[in-house]
Ligand binder design. Structure first.
Ligand code: ADP
Length: 400
């Protein structure tokens, strides 16, 4: 079966086509600047890469373009559209309605719409992708895979904020958590690699990219996670502050004469994190290079990142009472050996010790154990693969 995985953004649409017999990607690409001009990148196995400007007025046009390229005699890999057995969509927010992936029907669409206040930027864009596929590929089953779903297993003590309970009851204000598909994939791979049953296994997954979150997984289920009501909470990120005293917001509002939405949406979400502290870049590679050259603010931004990651690892170890493994994943977690070494440097007290040579991962392995002899907690680098997880969920639900 061939499955198309779609990640719809407000002005972009990313896609990957999987052959589920081999679990390999046959083609992938991106339509961007939708509604504001348009550009497409398409790359299929054994074909020349394509990149060109084209007017893309809306998401339906983008999906038509994707199907056209996938079935193109020169650049495509399919004979015709009917070979696409199903479409899997990444959806940001499933609120409290979805604790797992679902086949999309009218009720599911209505529920994703009800979650728009919780994911105002992403959920409308995800819906545009879903509706566009329904228009272009009528009759092809579609599945929604939610970033929040894996975290629905958290106990109340992990997800209820200590504010008046009526706001949870009235407005569903609580911790939701994000990157759930990545945390589920990586924790599942860890259990497979270690040859243990997920239900007997506790781990901490450090998803460190532009957006970063940590997840405590107990018995194969999410027990706690660092992102909250929105993806602003938790560790320092590229442009996001991570956790701070909420009185910072009211103090900045008073000092700047701005309202809370400006401070939160603009300053804390877009101007903070690595960028805000270093004044250099939101990209960890740039901050790291500047720090290595002795730039003090870059060193501070990097130190804060290490500090906040350790902070959550320590908290999750204490909450779960036992940790069998730690995994590093996503852009920074998979690629930066120095960060992994710095983070784990102080964790010897809880049985974490890494092999500094293996940690360099010279062969750039996608999955690598970096545990040192004598450690009681095993440490791994695991390349995340949210798209494969979406394709696997889609296949499973369609076959059922
Ligand atoms: P997202 O999916 O959240 O946009 P990614 O998982 O792609 O983000 O991670 C992006 C981050 O990973 C950036 O900060 C980037 O600097 C960092 N990154 C990517 N490659 C490397 C590398 N080789 N060394 C260090 N950091 C890297």
């Amino acid at each position: 079966m061939y499955i198309l995985v779609i990640n719809g953004g407000s002005s972009s649409l990313k896609y990957q086509l999987f052959d589920m017999d081999t679990r390999k990607v046959l083609a992938k690409g991106l339509c961007e600047r939708i509604g504001k001009g348009g550009r497409m990148r398409h790359n299929a196995v054994g074909r020349n890469k394509l990149e060109f400007d084209i007017d893309i007025p809306d998401h339906t046009f983008a999906v038509r373009l994707v199907v056209k390229k996938l079935t193109d005699p020169q650049y495509g890999v399919l004979k015709d559209m009917s070979q696409i057995g199903a479409v899997g969509h990444r959806v940001l927010h499933g609120g409290q309605w979805f604790s797992e992936s679902v086949v999309i029907d009218d009720d599911v669409i209505a529920a994703i719409e009800r979650c728009i206040p919780l994911g105002p930027l992403h959920n409308p864009a995800n819906l545009m992708g879903i509706r566009a596929c329904a228009t272009v590929m009528p009759g092809v089953p579609q599945v929604a895979v939610f970033d929040t779903a894996f975290h629905q297993s958290m106990p109340k003590s992990s997800y209820i904020y200590a504010i008046p309970y009526k706001y949870y009851e009235k407005y569903a204000i609580r911790r939701y958590g994000f990157h759930g598909t990545s945390h589920r994939y990586v924790s599942g791979r860890l259990a497979e690699i270690m040859g243990v049953k997920p239900e007997d296994f506790n781990c901490i997954v450090c998803h460190l990219g532009n957006g970063s979150s940590l997840c405590a997984v107990r018995g194969g289920k999410c027990f706690d996670t660092s992102m909250g009501l929105t993806p602003l909470d938790g560790v320092e990120m590229g442009t996001r502050s991570g956790a701070l005293d909420p009185a910072v917001v009211s103090t900045l509002c008073a000092r700047l004469g701005k309202d809370a939405s400006y401070v939160v949406d603009q300053i804390l979400n877009k101007e903070s994190g690595l960028l805000g502290v270093s004044g250099i870049s939101s990209d960890f590679r740039d901050v790291n290079a500047a720090a290595d050259e002795g730039n003090e603010r870059a060193i501070l931004a990097r130190d804060i990142l290490v500090h906040t990651i350790r902070h959550y690892i320590g908290a999750y170890a204490a909450e779960m009472g036992r940790v069998d493994a730690i995994a590093f994943t996503a852009g920074i977690g998979e690629n930066n050996a120095a960060l992994r070494e710095n983070v784990t440097d102080t964790l010897g007290f809880m049985g974490v010790k890494i092999d500094k040579v293996k940690n360099l991962n010279p062969d750039r392995e996608e999955e690598l154990e970096i545990t040192a002899p004598g450690a009681t907690v095993r440490t791994f680098i695991i390349a995340t693969n949210e798209e494969l997880m979406i394709a696997l969920d889609t296949e499973r639900l369609i076959k059922a």
